[in-house]
Design a protein around this ligand. Structure first.
Ligand code: PLP
Length: 465
């Protein structure tokens, strides 16, 4: 297994190099040169594996034997040892034909933990093995930052800097990041929105001298390892649902989407051989991706602040990976499209490619009140309290209702992280102890304006200290 860039100008590289490169050196995104195929027979063999055993099987398809099996096993076990549910990602039946895949049982109560706790272990491993300085740089709409910090806080040889949009993350998200006191953690609170943060770090990663001089590594879903780790729960939940329903049939997956990372992992699982019917793309009012699926036009609109802040994203950096596949893995065409996107601010596809998109995806942009109504309705009807992101996913499943299909909706966060929205529904919730205790801790963060110069200054100071 080797890795190549969606823009075609990175030679074939191995797994560890792809992990360390993050953003491809030609500005594209790294993808495996061939998607590993999982046969029906293999699926059968996997159906009773524990979550950790399944992780090991799937990762082994991608890691190229670059990590000895015993080491990989240890890394995987350590990564999921901090999860509060023995199944790691349990499935709950919400009603007939609708299952919820709970992805929030990790240390920071959102699905980002599933990939990032592993990446934290892997960075630590690689840093020791190769005696390498690792300086993690990431942008967050709230959850990635908290999870990545948790994964590497206090680890020798590693420093982590996270940019978050000032005042645009939830209170709990902010506290989870800024109450960490370890010296190897820097939080930059940026005047601007998530797209500004993401653009700044993408520009810094694209400056190859700056990147190598400062040992920069990525934890955003531009890093392929994030995607790889997230394919696992699509397989795992499929096995659980088949057991529960007694019917082996392709499932729909409804995915609350921001950067197109999680849903791309679902697409990859499907391409590997998982029986998937429709991928339902759920967005909030920042609905660039919904418009792409319905019209073939990818064009950022005005940024909106919503009840589901982790999905307040207009420019979905992972979208390029999907575009690469849907356009027949034609790197030259991706180069052209991304160039023209930079110049004209839009990408338009039509004809066969759009037909293919619409065969694979359904989409729904959930409006604010609709999100709150979904939370209220499910609490009243089933007793289950959805967080506002998971509510977008559940709400979007309705585009396929009445078709007799079975849908798994991804629950991407615990409601305690987003009490702002829950309160608006007139619901009082009890915080888990780990979250309640955050409110008494002192915060550490540095405020910066949105200029690249100021951010570079803070970064260099931190990395060289
Ligand atoms: C990050 C996040 C999303 C969006 O995931 P993408 O991979 O960016 O599409 C959805 N819900 C929650 C709670 C998140 O933290």
């Amino acid at each position: 297994m080797e890795y190549i860039s969606t823009r075609g100008n990175v030679g074939k590289i191995g797994f560890i190099d792809a992990f360390l490169m993050g953003l491809a050196d030609d500005g594209g995104l790294l993808v495996p040169n061939e998607i590993p195929a999982v046969s029906a027979e293999k699926l059968k063999q996997w159906q009773n594996l524990s979550y950790q055993e399944l992780v090991l099987e799937i990762f082994s398809l991608y890691t190229n034997d670059e990590i000895p099996q015993e080491d990989l096993k240890q890394l995987v076990n350590d990564s999921y040892a901090t999860f509060r549910d023995p199944q790691v990602t349990p499935v709950r039946k919400l009603k007939d034909g609708l299952f919820l895949l709970e992805l929030f049982h990790g240390p920071t109560f959102a699905f980002k933990d599933i990939a990032l706790q592993f990446m934290g272990q892997l960075y630590t491993y690689v840093s020791k093995k190769l005696n390498k300085k690792i300086h993690i740089l990431g942008a967050t709409s709230g959850d990635t930052g908290a999870s990545a910090i948790q994964g590497v806080r206090g680890k020798e040889g590693i420093k982590i800097c996270i940019l978050h949009p000032n005042g645009k993350v939830s209170k709990v998200q902010e506290l989870q990041m800024t109450t960490v006191q370890d010296e190897n953690v820097l939080n930059l609170s940026v005047e601007g929105n998530f797209d500004d943060c993401q653009r700044i770090i993408k520009d810094l990663f694209a400056d190859l001298d700056f990147k190598s001089n400062n040992h920069l590594c990525a934890i955003n879903s531009i890093n392929f390892v994030r995607i790889m780790a997230q394919t696992v729960y699509y397989f795992y939940s499929y096995f659980q649902v088949v057991k529960e329903t007694g019917v082996e049939q392709p499932l729909n997956f409804s995915v609350p989407t921001g950067n197109f990372g999680d849903i791309f992992a679902g697409y990859l699982a499907k391409r590997m051989g998982l029986p998937v019917n429709k991928l339902i793309l759920a967005t909030n009012e920042n609905n660039i991706l919904e418009r792409f699926i319905h019209e073939g036009v990818y064009k950022p609109g005005d940024f909106r602040t919503t009840y589901s802040p982790s999905m307040d994203i207009q420019v979905a950096s992972n979208f390029e990976r999907y575009l690469y596949y849907v356009l027949g893995e034609d790197a030259a065409q991706i180069r052209e499209l991304m160039d023209s996107f930079k110049r004209n601010g839009e990408i338009v596809i039509g004809g066969e490619a759009l037909a293919l998109v619409q065969a694979e995806f359904a989409a729904h942009g959930v409006q604010g009140q609709e999100c709150l109504d979904t939370i209220t309705k499910y609490k009243a009807e089933t007793g289950y309290l959805l967080d506002p992101h998971s509510a977008c996913g559940v709400s979007a499943t309705e585009v396929r209702s009445g078709q007799g299909e079975v849908t798994v909706s991804l629950a991407t966060a615990h409601p305690a992280k987003f009490n702002e929205a829950i309160e608006l529904c007139g619901i009082e919730q009890e915080f888990p102890e780990q979250i309640a205790s955050l409110f008494n801790k002192p915060q550490r963060q540095t405020m910066v304006d949105g200029s690249q110069e100021e951010i570079v200054r803070e970064l260099v100071k931190f990395y060289n200290a």
